[in-house]
Design a protein. Sequence first.
Length: 224
Amino acid sequence: MILYLNSIYNKLYSHFGPQYWWPAETSFEVIVGAILTQNTNWLNVEKAIKNLKDKKLLTPAKLHRLTKDKLAPFIKSTGYYNIKAKRLKEFLNFLFKSYHGSLLRLSSADTQVLRRQLLCVNGIGPETADSILLYALNRPVFVIDAYTKRILSRHRFIKENSSYEETQNLFMKNLKNDIKLYNEYHALLVKLGKEFCLKNKPKCNACPLENLKILKSLPERQAQ
């Protein structure tokens, strides 16, 4: 399994090159982006973040003081903006209640403790929590999303209905515990999912993994 996963990574890195994720100026911007990107594309998130920056609101303290109703219009481009404003406020309430509004204190917490705390925040699920941990706080936690599950199931590494934890363990138990590797690998899988491994009408013949011989030897029992 280690050989398969490393071969996929090397092939994708060779084809796409480094992805430079997460595109943000601060760790707090990453956190805001991770919450806002739920059920929308990144271009819409960029518009919302630009709005917050233009109004000089993109700090924990300023957003914490802002009411949900006043925050919502600034993030309208992300869709479900009232719900997302509430989720941002829930995170900020957690940050100020548990860590006195300090990202430095947040970043010093134990990874597993922090993950459990994040998952208790209304509106933050495993993918968002792990995105915050990996991309904002530099913790070695592999992020799983719909693209990753689609690619792995089509290559028979997992079943289509495999859980988040099962899919995550596939990477974390077979790859070295490396933040940079987890960051780049996840970003490359997203790139592959967006450009080739489409939900409908995937471009299999042009896929960078199509001619990877090691995948053609993958035993059928892997998906069972």
